[in-house]
Write a protein that binds this ligand. Structure first.
Ligand code: PMP
Length: 352
């Protein structure tokens, strides 16, 4: 068996500790004599799995009691619909940092003209007087940008997509009104979306809102109005267990992630062949795009990297080049192996 270093933006690599534990429990989980996939979601064993998962998330992220944690389906994309339906407030000030924010109604700030290479810095007075909430994508997976400070939003709700940075660092949940994240990057497998929402924002949806699109349906039924994505919740629970018991919490995880990102950016910045277009202060710690400046050479890089066991390094189809997604489960050795490969490739292909 050969494991590769998988730099996919999502679904992404999972900690080996998690995969091994899941494998060991495949035939008999929690002394049930069956796999979690085969369990009724109404069983006491599964109830324990979902309760533990929720409790771990609350503990790890220090989520205050005024917030509800919901386990949903439909991907992070369904939240683009559920949020406006549920907040019953339709005037949104959106800060456009690329693909994951662009389907908005009213953009107050955007870095589109500069290919999304920075996070627009806004002031309170830039916001619309009649807006109800400010919407951001905290870490843009495609362009590799990250808010290091949240935008001003006095008198308005703050709604944030944390799909590609949740659990990668400490987060002060109390600064947000609603956080959501697709699990498939940093929390577990695809199929699960986590929403962390202030309790007083639940129950505001218009009565015509379909029940499956209403947060209240999930909140009233402990995220089990219907069959939840049981296996995805189980794996998410193992990822959270790994974070608590093997990593020692988000402060440690943040340190490791900063170290990984610094190593890679420092190498790219010093290299003659590669460049990263994002302004240093807005660079993502989890998604690192880079290019050689020559499309054919980029293609060669992706091909030879794969042969060297470094996979899914191709940039998003809308931007090209390469992208290394270095979420929690990518070990430091993976980043070191990538840099060693990049050095070798540079030596072989850079001609001044
Ligand atoms: N938001 C961000 C920041 C993303 O990176 C993605 C997917 N890569 C999405 C939303 C959409 O997620 P999904 O495919 O789960 O709908």
């Amino acid at each position: 068996m050969t494991r590769v270093y998988n730099f996919s933006a999502g679904p992404a690599c999972l900690p080996e500790w998690v995969l091994k534990k899941a494998a060991s429990e495949m035939l008999d989980a929690h002394n049930s004599g069956m796999s979690v996939m085969e369990m009724s979601h109404r069983s006491s064993e599964f109830q324990d799995i979902i309760d533990t998962c929720k409790a771990r998330l609350k503990r790890l992220m220090n989520i205050p009691d005024e917030y509800e944690i919901l386990f949903l389906q439909g991907g992070a994309s369904l939240q683009f619909t559920m949020i406006p339906l549920n907040l019953e407030k339709h005037n949104v000030d959106l800060i456009n940092t690329g693909q994951w924010t662009k389907k908005a109604l009213k953009v107050v700030a955007s870095s589109a003209e500069d290919n999304f290479t920075y996070i627009p810095k806004i002031k309170q007075e830039d916001l619309s007087e009649d807006s109800d909430y400010v919407y951001i994508c905290e870490n843009n997976t495609i362009y590799g940008t990250k808010y290091k400070e949240l935008p001003p939003h006095e008198g308005k709700l703050l709604v944030a997509d944390l799909s590609s940075c949740i659990l990668s660092e400490r987060t002060d949940v109390s600064k947000y009104d609603l956080i959501f994240a697709g699990a498939q990057k940093n929390m577990g497998p695809a199929g699960l979306t986590v929403v962390i929402i202030k309790k007083d924002l639940i129950g505001l949806a218009d009565e015509k809102t379909p029940s499956m699109l209403n947060y209240k349906t999930y909140a009233d039924n402990d995220s089990m109005f219907n069959t939840p994505p049981t296996y995805a919740i189980y794996i998410c629970g193992l990822v959270l267990e790994w974070l608590e018991t093997q990593i020692g919490g988000l402060e440690n995880m943040e340190k490791i992630n900063r170290q990984k990102a610094k190593l890679l950016y420092d190498y790219i910045d010093a290299s003659k062949l590669y460049s990263n277009p994002v302004v240093p202060e807005d660079r993502s710690y989890t998604n690192v795009p880079f290019v050689t400046g020559d499309k054919d050479l980029d293609t060669k890089f992706v091909k030879e990297a794969k042969e060297a066991g470094i996979v899914n390094i191709k940039g998003h189809r809308t931007v090209g080049g390469m992208r290394a997604s270095i979420y929690n489960a990518m070990p430091l050795e993976g980043v070191e192996a990538l840099i060693a490969f990049m050095k070798k490739f540079e030596e072989e292909n850079y001609h001044a």
